[in-house]
Each structure stands twice: as structure tokens, then as C-alpha cells.
Ligand binder design. Structure first.
Ligand SMILES: Nc1nc2c(ncn2[C@@H]2O[C@H](COP(=O)(O)OP(=O)(O)OP(=O)(O)O)[C@@H](O)[C@H]2O)c(=O)[nH]1
Ligand SMILES: [Mg+2]
Length: 373
């Protein structure tokens, strides 16, 4: 499908930041299997109250998009319910076949496309209800404000329908939460039983596309899907790794120790907290791991920002255990660039690896062994 993407940016934004944001939005679009045909950024410091992007700009883009056969316009941020409503109104009035999504709609669709387990599907359904719900309530307000449905008795009808829809959504949400709680319970029982067996666990976390699943495969010789897509992983998978037998007596008691490794969903900037919370049972496995490997794509120009987003998300979901910063994809970088990064990020004490070429993997395993000890 052909897509229009549009966003606004403050007038003083750095060009590289702007490019990184648009590139990420484009990657999301192509991950979903679509193609960007029109791409625009409007420089303005505050979003338009009614349509986020200025209405004139919006109409102009829609016209260009229509000529090119676009079928969807995606706004690169989370919109207020009234804004998405107004944009869709404009499209309806034009009898356009274009449909409007915001960035969260797109992320949820990708989640949906990649979710395989019943648990992941439920989590996405919950997240969608939380994202879409306010739009329905917002629309109800809009309807009654504009006096749609006539006057008197009919006016009340619009509001009553909203009430019914609200209640229906809430009931549905509760049912999903109940089902998810069962999965969460099973997970917690599994964790307890692992604890009884004294099995230690490592959780792999990081920004989407950092190479978490590739690292999981390298460490555990498992075959988890790893690909150049955002949110390739949505569920969790567990594998076992064995720490190499070491001559060193210092951590000799962990000789040949088996450790469980957990791979899970990645993070991305600007995810609303209620959406992250929908994935809590999946994320709990990581939160409860003995240590975390925070995988970073070291070859990414936005590395600092992405580390910060992941660390902030982790602290928001209550993950506090010791972590190892794993700077991945060094095969993509020059020796000099890696050396400079070592200095720049010295206080994080990172380990530099390539999950693909397997450079640095032994050092990583040693560090894991030391930390488990
Ligand atoms: N050059 C290079 N590419 C890598 C390395 N590790 C992973 N990749 C590539 O990066 C892309 C993403 O890898 P994944 O392992 O799927 O990343 P992920 O963090 O699990 O991503 P999501 O599950 O989508 O959040 C794939 O195309 C990998 O082949 C590495 O060490 N070097
Ligand atoms: Mg993955």
C-alpha cells in the first residue's frame, strides 16, 4: 500500500534528529509492508489544535497523495482523539479513499502482524482498546457538542450510545485482563520453580532492532527469528546457555553452569505507558531476571538517545537489577569508531560485541559469570 507520512517538528530541531525520526517512521512503514510515497515535515512549535499538522498543509498533502494513489496517511506522533477525528472528517468530506492513522496505530498494527502466541494477541488487543477507547469517548463528546442526531430526545441518544459503547469496551477490557492474569500466574510459577532449581536467568532487553534475538541465538544456539524489521519479536522465548568451564578458581563454582536466557519485545521512543503496561506479563520475565543484558546498536547514530529511552522504560516498569551494556554490531564500525566509543561510554563499562561475527561473545560470557557469582 502507498503511504503518506507527515509530522511536525520544532523550528530549532537539529537536522540529524529530524532525519532519525523520519527514518524510524519509514522503517515502521516498511516493516508493515507498505511504501512511503509522500513525506513531509511541517516546522511549527505547537501542533494544530484541530488537525495536528496545519489544516492547509494537510489538505495539500492529501491532494498530492491522492494523485499518487496513496491509501493511508500516517501522522508520526500520538494524536488526540479529536485530532484524528477531524482529519478523518476532512477525508470523508473529500470522499477520499485515504485513511488516517497515528504512529501508535501503526505500531499496534505491526504488533498484531507479528504476534503469534495467544498471550501476545491478548496483550495487543488490550493495548488497542486502551488506544482506541478515548477516541470513541472523544467522538461521543464531539457528537453531543455539535448536536448531531437532532435535538431533544435524539440528542440524548448519541450520548447514550457512547455510554453503551464505553461500558462494552470496559467489560471487554476486564475480560482480557482476567485472561492475561492467568498467563502471568503461570509465568510466575515457572519463575518460582526455576528459582527452586537454582537456575539463574539473564534477560535480554533493548531498543527494537538492536540485535537482541541475534544475540539470543548466538548465546543459546537456539533459532529465534531475527530480522531487519522493527518489533520482529513480540512474545518471549527462553533458551539455555552454558558458561564455559574456566580454569580461574575465582568463579570456579560456576563452571559449566547453565543459565536461562530470555528474549523479548524491544522498546521504541514515545510509547504511551498504558501500552507498555499491556505487555506487562511478557515483560515480567525480564524484570524478574537476575541480570539484564541491555543490547545497544552501537553503529546507530542515535545511540545515546536510544540507551536513554530503554533505561527510562526499564525504570518505569520497575526493573532494577544489575545490567551489562552490550554494544552490538561492531562489525559495522571501524576500529577507530569502536575505540572512541569505548572512551565515550567508559562509565557504562560496556562490552563490545558482534552477535553476527561472534566477536566479544566470550568476554560477555565471562562478565555474566562474574556477575552471577
Ligand atoms: N551487522 C550486524 N547486524 C546485526 C548484528 N546483530 C543483529 N544484526 C541485524 O540486526 C537486525 C535486527 O536483529 P534482531 O536480532 O532481529 O534484533 P531484535 O533486537 O531482536 O529486534 P526486534 O525483535 O525487532 O526488537 C537483523 O537484520 C540482524 O541480522 C550484528 O552483530 N552485526
Ligand atoms: Mg527480536
Amino acid at each position: 500500500m502507498k503511504i503518506i507520512i507527515v509530522d511536525i517538528a520544532p523550528r530549532n530541531i537539529k537536522t540529524e534528529d529530524l532525519e532519525a525520526r523520519m527514518t524510524e517512521l519509514e522503517s515502521l512503514v516498511s516493516t508493515y509492508g507498505d511504501t512511503v510515497v509522500v513525506k513531509r515535515i511541517q516546522k511549527r512549535d505547537t501542533p494544530d489544535y484541530a488537525t495536528y499538522v496545519g489544516t492547509g498543509k494537510l489538505e495539500e498533502m492529501i491532494a498530492v497523495g491522492e494523485e499518487l494513489g496513496a491509501e493511508r496517511i500516517i501522522i508520526g506522533n500520538i494524536l488526540k482523539p479529536a485530532q484524528i477525528y477531524h482529519i478523518n472528517e476532512i477525508l470523508r468530506e473529500r470522499k477520499s479513499k485515504i485513511q488516517a492513522w497515528d504512529r501508535i496505530d501503526l505500531i499496534l498494527k505491526i504488533f498484531d502482524q507479528h504476534a503469534h502466541s495467544p498471550e501476545a494477541k491478548l496483550q495487543i488487543e488490550l493495548a488497542s482498546i486502551r488506544h482506541m477507547g478515548p477516541r470513541i469517548f472523544g467522538m461521543g463528546m464531539e457528537l453531543s457538542r455539535q448536536g448531531w442526531g437532532g435535538s431533544g430526545a435524539m440528542r440524548g441518544l448519541g450520548e447514550t450510545n457512547t455510554e453503551i459503547m464505553k461500558r462494552h469496551l470496559r467489560d471487554h477490557e476486564l475480560k482480557i485482563i482476567e485472561k492475561l492474569e492467568k498467563y502471568a500466574k503461570t509465568r510466575s510459577e515457572h519463575r518460582k520453580s526455576r528459582k527452586r532449581k537454582n537456575l539463574k536467568t539473564v534477560g535480554i532487553v533493548g531498543y527494537t532492532n538492536a540485535g537482541k534475538s541475534t544475540l539470543m541465538n548466538t548465546l543459546t544456539h537456539k533459532w529465534v527469528l531475527a530480522e531487519d524489521k522493527l518489533f520482529a519479536t513480540l512474545g518471549t522465548s527462553v533458551g539455555k546457555m552454558t558458561l564455559k568451564k574456566q580454569e580461574s578458581w575465582e568463579w570456579g563454582e560456576y563452571r559449566g553452569q547453565e543459565i536461562l536466557v530470555n528474549d523479548t519485545i524491544g522498546f521504541i521512543r514515545d510509547l504511551p505507558p498504558e501500552l507498555i503496561r499491556a505487555f506487562s506479563s511478557t515483560l515480567e520475565d525480564s524484570i524478574e531476571a537476575d541480570i539484564l543484558l541491555h543490547v545497544v546498536d552501537a553503529s546507530d547514530p542515535k545511540v545515546i538517545e536510544k540507551i536513554d529511552i530503554v533505561d527510562t522504560t526499564l525504570s518505569n516498569i520497575g526493573a532494577e537489577q544489575p545490567r551489562i551494556y552490550v554494544f552490538n554490531k561492531i562489525d559495522n564500525m571501524s576500529e577507530l569508531a569502536t575505540l572512541m566509543m569505548r572512551e565515550q561510554f567508559a562509565e557504562l563499562n560496556p562490552i563490545f560485541i558482534s552477535a553476527v561475527s561472534k566477536r566479544g561473545i566470550e568476554e560477555l560470557k565471562e562478565r555474566i559469570g562474574e556477575m552471577m557469582g
